[in-house]
Design a protein around this ligand. Structure first.
Ligand SMILES: CC(C)(COP(=O)(O)OP(=O)(O)OC[C@H]1O[C@@H](n2cnc3c(N)ncnc32)[C@H](O)[C@@H]1OP(=O)(O)O)[C@@H](O)C(=O)NCCC(=O)NCCS
Length: 334
């Protein structure tokens, strides 16, 4: 027996503190103009250091998604938690989320595909529902980047881009041929780009995972070959969007909305241009949140839905590209 999987509920949560580009210009050599021109970002949310951790953002997002699905936490059969900024190195944040929701015994997968994490999670959830293993899966993407960013001028190329937040979806079983379900997914990885966007330390490859010298050198901060990431993103994202559509004998003209990962507004403008999609068929919110990595797709999808830009019956494609490199797309009818 095979089933389909549909999005039954969405939830989101962002920390209260708004950090504008002008705020960043107070602590590093940057400017509002530089950040907006290169990335489109105007502000982002950052946790107040030490007051909120990753799963604290995930809990309200998860509760909202579960309530919207008309369910109780006890109805959830499995948690999939996507993040690159877990509360602790181990255990993963999924077990903490299960504990906070009071669903002891429910399995928790933690996945590490960075900006593609939610798209990878949607593919996993769909497969685990399709084979009958679970009826309802809670998928969360949550990030607390801010404590891990170099907020001095040394780190400005990266630090201005990232924001904190969480998004969640409940995926529920439906008929295999139901019209409203995940229709197709495709995910990829190319480790050739692993060192082009990474956080090298702490590292179990080293005799000691982290030394004082490593800390002094700032090796605990992410580094990025920005232009290489940019070029790969604008190649891979259109490619995988076309591919998931073709797998269903659908074309770009059939698409109602593209929900792209929000790494850089310039990337998304180029992707839209390459796909010849008009602005009304692409939803962007990077201006307000920056790049929230695994949280981005659910934050963006839910916002588009809440604003009435997408609704029941619409054909939506979520597409992401990020560290690894990893990338992928999910095609669904809401
Ligand atoms: C990061 C990114 C915005 C940088 O834009 P860019 O045009 O490549 O800029 P560069 O890194 O070449 O830097 C240009 C100049 O601006 C400076 N600069 C970098 N960050 C700055 C900042 N925050 N404020 C002001 N100046 C900055 C650089 O030092 C450099 O100065 P120089 O010309 O004197 O050497 C861009 O490469 C990008 O968005 N890449 C993809 C990012 C991405 O997708 N990341 C996540 C993937 S999930």
């Amino acid at each position: 027996m095979s089933y389909g999987a549909r999005i039954a509920g969405l939830g989101s949560y962002v920390p209260e503190t708004v950090v504008t580009n002008h705020d960043l210009a107070q602590v590093m050599d940057t400017s509002h103009e530089w950040i907006v021109e290169r990335s489109g970002i105007e502000e982002r949310r950052w946790v107040k250091g030490g007051e909120q951790g990753n799963y604290d953002l995930a809990v309200p997002a998860a509760r909202e998604a579960i309530a919207e699905a008309g369910l109780e936490p006890e109805d959830i059969g499995c948690i999939i938690y996507a993040t690159l900024s877990p509360d602790h190195y181990f255990p993963g944040s999924g077990v903490f989320l299960g504990r906070e929701l009071g669903i002891i015994g429910v399995p928790a997968y933690d996945i590490r595909q960075q900006c593609s994490g939610f798209v990878y999670g949607l593919e996993m959830a769909q497969a685990l529902i399709a084979n009958g293993q679970y009826e309802h899966i809670l998928l969360v993407g949550s990030e607390t980047h801010s404590p891990g960013l170099d907020k001095s001028t040394r780190g400005r190329t990266i630090s201005v881009l990232f924001g904190d937040g969480a998004g969640a979806a409940v995926l529920s079983r439906t008929q295999a041929d139901a019209p409203n379900r995940i229709l197709a997914s495709e995910v990829h990885a190319d480790g050739g780009g692993a060192e082009d966007l990474w956080m090298p330390y702490p590292s179990f490859r080293q005799p000691e995972i982290m030394t004082h010298a490593d800390l002094d050198a700032g090796r605990q901060y992410p580094t990025m070959e920005g232009q290489k990431v940019f070029k790969n993103a604008v190649k891979r994202m259109p490619e995988v969007v076309r591919s998931v559509l073709e797998s269903q004998q659908l074309g770009l003209e059939d698409l109602d909305m593209l929900i792209p990962h929000q790494a850089n507004l310039r990337i998304n403008e180029m992707v839209a241009k390459l796909l010849r999609l008009p602005p009304e068929k692409v939803h962007n919110n990077i201006q307000k949140y920056g790049n929230t990595t695994a949280a981005t797709i659910p934050l963006c999808l839910k916002e588009a839905r809440d604003l009435g830009r997408v609704g029941p019956g619409d054909l939506v494609c979520c597409v992401a590209f990020g560290a690894g490199f990893t990338w992928g797309a999910v095609l669904l009818r809401l």
